[in-house]
Design a protein around this ligand. Sequence first.
Ligand code: A2P
Length: 269
Amino acid sequence: MTVTQATPRKATPTLPDAQTVTSVTHYTDRLFAFRCTRPRSLRFRSGEFVMIGLMGDNGKPLLRAYSIASPSWDEELEFYSIKVPDGPLTSKLQHIQPGDALILRPKPVGTLVLDALLPGKRLWMLATGTGIAPFASLLRDPETWEKYEQVIVMHTCRDVDELTYGRNLIEALPEDPLIGELVGGKLLYYPTTTREKSAHMGRITDNLTSGKVFADLGIPPLNPGFDRAMVCGSLAFNLDVKAILEAAGLREGANSDPAEYVVEKAFVD
Ligand code: A2P
């Protein structure tokens, strides 16, 4: 893991909606996180996304949707991204440095919010890859811990190194000055890999349908009476998990019509 947190090499740019990158952390050759300044006026709900990007070679902004990974009380904003070698944005974005300009449209939106769920006892956060980003925000929101008796995070990546961002975040929660005490014994973390050997293996879908995750954690199976779920991963993952949740009797909710689960695609791929 390499962290770059240097004195800004450029002054804050004067582009409209421009923010300044403050730090960049590379986790693997496929994954990195970065932080930037936050517009004073930007208010968002944990789990929402914004459009961010860079100025393209044609002089037009090149923007993509990114979940905000930082909590709503943070002075800066954090994002977690994949690096796609020939991706129009991420092939450039992966080279950003502290001091660089980042375009940010300050209009947060999204369905992966606590308001879109009916009250419940257990909250499942189901993520693959960079789909952990919105949960990085939600896990540091006191409301998450006030609303639920148990929060279960299932995160699956191909390799162990790809779990690092989520693992660091989860391990820091009990020490967090704001929410550390709220977390108490409420958090269950179930990271798995699919292509490298680790303590727990397999796809989230398989571990749910086989019942392995319930057996390993010693908890009852999915029950629409008390389980709520938030899902964020690739389109195929989201569809497969939706089918499992629906079969267990959970219904998809929205801001305007809260129910038992919500889904968002992990955008940049
Ligand atoms: P697998 O290695 O079996 O494909 P990616 O890095 O391609 O975005 O994938 C992230 C993780 O999501 C991988 O561990 C991958 O498992 C898993 N995955 C991909 N598609 C699905 C799916 N439809 N259902 C469950 N897990 C999936």
